[in-house]
Design a protein around this ligand. Structure first.
Ligand SMILES: *[C@@H]1O[C@H](CO)[C@@H](O)[C@H](O)[C@H]1NC(C)=O
Ligand SMILES: *[C@@H]1O[C@H](CO)[C@@H](O)[C@H](O)[C@H]1NC(C)=O
Ligand SMILES: *[C@@H]1O[C@H](CO)[C@@H](O)[C@H](O)[C@H]1NC(C)=O
Ligand SMILES: *[C@@H]1O[C@H](CO)[C@@H](O)[C@H](O)[C@H]1NC(C)=O
Length: 585
């Protein structure tokens, strides 16, 4: 009875109108100043209006993204666009020439010089294709610190033009950004898809340290190695290049960095990720979890791909990132797997994106398990009706299509976010950097299976494609995380809010400049800095109190035990010695 009347009410005309109205409001309100979302509960009541007075807030923002290509630009451009909509003058500088001004007409673009061609650097190729170890990072880090000088000088010129009131910095290879902010006496805000070394907990590590992400079920030795030995090895590997890098910085009068995360740690840091995908850990308030940041608009399906997807009800989408690559052997195994997957009906279609530029690293023909030989060029010319090779693929729209049943991905953070948002399970083939860690997190979240680039096997690939589609557990975990991704995607507005607040706070604090003519980050972000950071290590962690409590506890315990011993001894003496005496008598 109750249910009936409820459903009746839910679907009554008035209620439907109300929902439509709410939706209308919701769509209009987001991004603009919020308007109260419903009629007043009692007629005559006055709405609370949320008017943020922006007249006092300085307006120039310089966004700096030195490396990483489009995948690193997406989140930062999305947030910058919100700020531009709110009236800020946002200028983005990046290396290379991306044709973005058409997509983002409200943002100014200035080039930060040429991209260094690291794709052909043998050390980079080895890192991408071979087994990862910390030693290999040494040379990469050296190169990265070498590029500091030129980026810093270029940024100096650009800062003269833009006169930024705030620097918004991608964290990858971007020490020049916070250094220029220091020189110009302006605040900066960092953004990345992982917490890097900013928030360390012992039970979380990373394949970058040759450890598991979650140390929950690891042995004592493993936990010891990952907590003590691997970090020391990492610091040891970095020490030379880091020292040289500090010397270059010192020549510009910049303060020495104690560690690579030193400066990011003391300023607002936006984490473009969300717990559910990211492994949950406690974060200091100065690190704000605001992801997944996804743009509002996406390119639609191309007519080719739309037709393909309509005809193939169980399609697998393959995309391995825009600038990473596999060995020729792995390319051959992957191609063989997708041919066999379609021929054996494990999926009925495959779309493979970003492939044309890698075409020369495929063998001229592929031999299937049953001995048949397939010409690779036929596949590339799309002569196989069930395999579509695409040089451009609108990734989000493909993932969003109901007929896309799984995503074979390098598990870069951006791709993972889109996949989770659209509820598409992932078959991860991580290549390097953060990807092995992402793959492990996705598997922990129960929404992915993982392949090993060093041990790729056709039967294993086919088996996992089958399992992903049939596993009820994966499908239900996916629905759960999809909801989380959708509700959390609204937090990009919070990211923009926090940047506005930083600007305002810094303008109010410009007067409180200290002795060496530098203002204090600690004042700008005082609302987000926990008191323990000011209390020193021992007081901040309450070690003095716990140590005293331990001493008192041990003393009392000792006192009690000592007392019992004395009493016991007395009783013993009274009973047994007296007996002895009696016997003697
Ligand atoms: C916005 O910044 C650009 C520099 O990137 C500058 O040329 C332009 O004059 C600024 N606009 C306003 C309204 O301040
Ligand atoms: C560790 O083991 C427990 C109990 O078997 C399990 O619930 C948990 O998911 C495991 N954690 C990881 C990271 O494998
Ligand atoms: C940095 O660049 C400037 C200008 O090109 C040059 O004079 C200086 O020697 C460079 N410093 C280092 C450490 O490379
Ligand atoms: C995603 O799918 C939904 C529902 O099928 C549709 O309304 C929306 O337009 C799609 N978005 C894109 C970018 O394709």
């Amino acid at each position: 009875m109750k249910y009936h009347s409820l459903t009746k009410r839910l679907f009554s005309k008035k209620f439907l109108h109300f929902i439509i109205l709410c939706n209308l409001f919701f769509n209009v309100v987001i991004g603009a100043d919020p308007i109260p979302s419903a009629a007043p509960p009692i007629s005559g009541w006055i709405p609370r209006e949320m008017n943020l007075d922006r007249t006092e807030i300085p307006k120039n923002i310089l966004v700096v993204v030195p490396v990483g290509g489009l995948s690193h630009l997406r989140h930062i451009l999305t947030i910058s666009n919100i700020l531009a909509d709110r009236g800020y003058n946002v200028t983005l500088t990046t290396k290379g020439t991306f044709k973005l001004s058409q997509q983002y007409p409200k943002i100014n673009f200035i080039s930060l010089g040429e991209v260094t061609d690291f794709l052909n650097n043998p050390e980079f190729v080895d890192l991408v294709q071979g087994k990862f170890n910390i030693g290999k990072l040494q040379n990469i880090f050296k190169k990265r610190f070498d590029s500091y000088n030129s980026t810093f000088l270029q940024l100096k010129v650009i800062s003269e033009i833009v006169k930024p009131d705030l620097f918004f910095c991608d964290t990858l290879n971007n020490e020049p950004c916070f250094d220029m902010a220091w020189v110009k006496n302006k605040p900066f805000v960092g953004i990345a898809t992982s917490v890097l070394g900013l928030s360390r907990v012992p039970y979380k590590s990373d394949p970058l340290f040759e450890c598991k992400v979650s140390m929950e079920n690891e042995s004592f030795w493993e936990r010891f190695r990952c907590e003590i030995i691997s970090p020391l090895k990492f610091i040891w590997t970095l020490r030379n290049s880091f020292g040289e890098f500090n010397e270059v910085r010192a020549s510009y009068g910049l303060p020495t960095l104690k560690n690579p995360f030193d400066r990011w740690q003391s300023s607002l840091f936006l984490l473009d990720n969300f717990f559910g995908f990211e492994m949950p850990i406690p974060l200091s308030p100065i690190i704000q979890e605001i992801g997944p940041v996804l743009p509002d608009y996406y390119p639609p399906l191309t007519p080719d791909i739309e037709k393909f997807l309509t005809l193939h009800k169980r399609t697998m989408f393959v995309a391995l990132g825009s600038f990473l690559f596999l060995t020729p052997e792995n390319n051959a195994k992957l191609l063989q797997s997708i041919i066999e997957a379609t021929e054996n009906g494990i999926v009925d279609g495959v779309i493979w994106a970003n492939i044309v530029k890698n075409r020369e690293s495929f063998p001229p023909s592929i031999t299937l398990s049953n001995g048949r030989i397939i010409s690779t060029s036929d596949i590339f010319e799309n002569k196989n009706p069930n395999i579509h090779m695409a040089s451009f693929a609108p990734q989000f729209a493909i993932l969003n299509h109901t007929n896309t049943k799984l995503f074979l991905s390098h598990s870069g953070a951006g791709s993972a976010h889109e996949s989770l948002y659209t509820g598409t399970p992932i078959l991860a083939l991580p290549i390097t950097f953060d990807q092995p860690g992402n793959a492990e997190k996705l598997e922990l979240a129960g929404v992915a299976l993982t392949l090993d680039k060093l041990n790729l096997d056709v039967n294993d690939i086919l088996d996992k494609i089958k399992r992903i589609q049939n596993d009820e557990q994966i499908q239900s975990s996916l629905r759960r995380i999809k909801t989380l991704a959708i509700i959390n995607s609204n937090r990009k507005y919070r990211a923009a809010d926090l940047i506005e607040f930083t600007l305002h706070s810094s303008a109010l604090n410009q007067k409180n400049i200290n002795d060496d003519n530098k203002f204090d980050d600690k004042l700008i972000f005082k609302d987000l800095i926990t008191p323990d950071t000011r209390m020193g290590f021992i007081k901040g962690k309450y070690l003095d109190v716990y140590a005293t409590a331990l001493v008192i506890f041990v003393s009392i315990l000792y006192g009690i035990l000592r007392g019992l011993y004395i009493i016991g001894k007395l009783i013993y003496v009274k009973l047994f010695k007296n007996e002895d005496k009696e016997k003697k008598e």
